[in-house]
Ligand binder design. Structure first.
Ligand SMILES: C[S@@+](CC[C@H](N)C(=O)[O-])C[C@H]1O[C@@H](n2cnc3c(N)ncnc32)[C@H](O)[C@@H]1O
Length: 197
């Protein structure tokens, strides 16, 4: 997979994205600080993640909340995805496996990303946030890359509030990822760190 060219600002005018926005609005009850950390429907962050999922395969969201991002990507990426998710939040994992992605109930586990051993891997797509593993972000990145299939993509999604709290504008400013081939892409309400294997 090559790194996609991403004019994120143009997505909202694409046909098909309106359906995705409507779907998100219709599922607003599944977004909450308790279940996935969102106070509002995350239209920008979710839409800007879509083009990064450009193939079929196994996908894990490490820090998946109640699985809504995976559900959204299955509905709108246009690819055949087998979802997996881990999260520390037991209630959120229960909702993912019983209600939101019940066909894949066994793929949702209460785990800490720092100690998760990727038993279910390797994966075609790994979505996560390196700040969950702070201060061992480099070690964490190397573990993710090891459990990524050749041709796969590791996607770091770091929301603006996390960047602000850590007083950085871009993930590329951090020494933790030097020499690992990370490219950063600006999304809506978040920044992506992308690694291709
Ligand atoms: C902003 S939410 C994102 C949820 C989901 N990825 C999405 O976009 O809908 C962040 C999630 O990461 C989880 N989390 C934070 N630190 C974690 C850790 N060390 N291990 C597993 N999950 C973690 C939180 O419980 C929360 O559900």
């Amino acid at each position: 997979m090559g790194t996609p060219k991403l004019p994120f600002w143009s997505f909202s005018i694409k046909m098909g994205y309106m359906d995705a926005v409507k779907w998100l609005e219709n599922h607003r009850n599944f977004f909450s600080p308790e279940m996935n950390g969102y106070s509002n429907v995350p239209i920008g962050p979710y839409l800007s993640t879509l083009p990064l999922i450009d193939g079929n395969g196994k996908i894990i969201d490490s820090g998946c909340g109640n699985g809504m991002l995976l559900k959204f990507l299955i509905e709108f990426s246009g690819h055949s995805l087998i979802p997996f998710g881990i999260d520390l939040n037991e209630k959120a994992i229960a909702q993912a496996s019983k209600e939101i992605l019940s066909d894949y109930a066994d793929n949702f586990l209460v785990e800490d990303v720092k100690t998760y051993d990727f038993n279910e891997g390797p994966f075609d797509f790994i979505i996560t946030n390196p700040f969950y593993a702070k201060p061992k972000m480099r070690e964490f990145t190397e573990k993710c890359l090891k459990n990524l299939k050749v041709g796969g993509r590791l996607i770091y999604r770091v929301h603006d509030d996390v960047l602000k709290r850590n007083m950085i504008n871009d993930l590329g400013e951090l020494p933790d990822f030097e020499g690992l081939g990370m490219k950063t892409i600006q999304g809506r309400g978040l920044i992506f760190g992308i690694f291709e294997k």
